[in-house]
Ligand binder design. Structure first.
Ligand code: BEZ
Ligand code: FE
Length: 297
């Protein structure tokens, strides 16, 4: 009805229903969320059917999620929310004398990734990929000193576009490994030149992409998670400069400084390509930053 007037006090009443024991940051977040959602519903004249379709999508995401699959996160990814939150959380300019830029974790990280020795290969049972020797140094970005003992976790999808936990034909922990830097802060291992792959299309995130007439592809990348006491944990991804989806990532995670070049490698029967990639960490100075988990646990 064009002349309908909404109750001007309604949203305030919902926000003000929060009691005095509400954590201040949670109050701020929930008040903002409620106000934006109410404005969104009014501005778009959201119908009950449309709202229920969204509720069912969220429920579907929950039903599909387990310890190996995080469909709620994937839903956030396809609307750019994880990438935006990553940018907000780590407002670090992507310049050469800066720490390595961050990028989203994505849903395929495994907290129990197996430890491997420097020089190992993370690849088993893949015969249609290009092997690459990846190596580099982990450095303190300010002092430029190497950081021995840094744990460097890496993971990548196989040439069929699947991570090992999505694919019963891959051995457990295939294409992932936890390495530790040596006395010079160095790590080295064999991996695949990554290939582009589609985000899973069998759940609500895939459905949403289809409804929005978007492709599901991610540009070829390798995930890195580097940790050392006294430094900010670094979650990032590096992207192959030659990939056709670099400017059109379905989850909006590419940053210019994270684009890398694989170069030919001579005289190594195990790999025809090489990637030298240094990781620059930032000392963990207390920032007083609020941690959401403290508010909700
Ligand atoms: C990934 O990089 O593994 C990923 C990130 C977001 C959504 C799906 C996959
Ligand atoms: Fe990935």
């Amino acid at each position: 009805m064009a002349d309908h007037v909404y109750d001007a006090t309604f949203t305030d009443r919902v926000v003000d229903a929060m009691g005095p024991k509400t954590n201040p940051r949670l109050r701020q977040l929930m008040a903002g969320f409620i106000r934006h959602m109410h404005d969104f519903a009014r501005e778009n004249e959201l119908t009950v059917d449309e709202w229920m379709a969204a509720v069912q999508m969220i429920n579907w995401a929950g039903q599909m999620s387990d310890s190996k699959r995080n469909e709620g996160q994937l839903l956030c990814d396809v609307i750019g929310l994880e990438s935006l939150v990553d940018e907000i959380t780590y407002k670090v300019a992507a310049e050469s004398d800066r720490p390595t830029a961050t990028a989203i974790l994505g849903p395929f990280f495994r907290a129990d990734t197996m430890a491997r020795q420097n020089g190992d290969s993370i690849v088993t049972g893949v015969d249609d990929g290009e092997m690459a020797f990846m190596h580099g140094q982990v450095l303190d970005y300010k002092t430029k000193k190497p950081i021995p003992g840094t744990v460097v976790e890496v993971w990548q999808a196989s040439t069929n576009g699947l991570y090992e936990q999505q694919d019963p034909d891959q051995v457990e922990h295939n294409l992932r490994g936890r390495f530790t830097t040596d006395d010079n802060g160095r790590y080295w291992f064999y991996c695949l030149r990554p290939t582009p792959y589609p985000v899973p299309g069998d759940g609500p995130a895939g459905k949403l992409l289809e409804l929005m007439d978007r492709h599901p592809y991610r540009p070829a990348h390798i995930h890195i998670f580097a940790t050392h006491d006294g430094y900010k944990p670094l979650v990032t991804q590096i992207f192959d400069r030659k990939d056709p989806y670099l400017t059109d990532d379905s989850v909006f995670a590419v940053k210019e400084s994270l684009i890398v070049d694989f170069v030919p490698r001579e005289g190594d029967p195990k790999a025809s390509l090489e990637l030298n990639y240094d990781v620059k960490l930032m000392a963990d100075e207390p920032t007083g930053q609020f941690l959401a988990k403290d508010a909700i646990t």
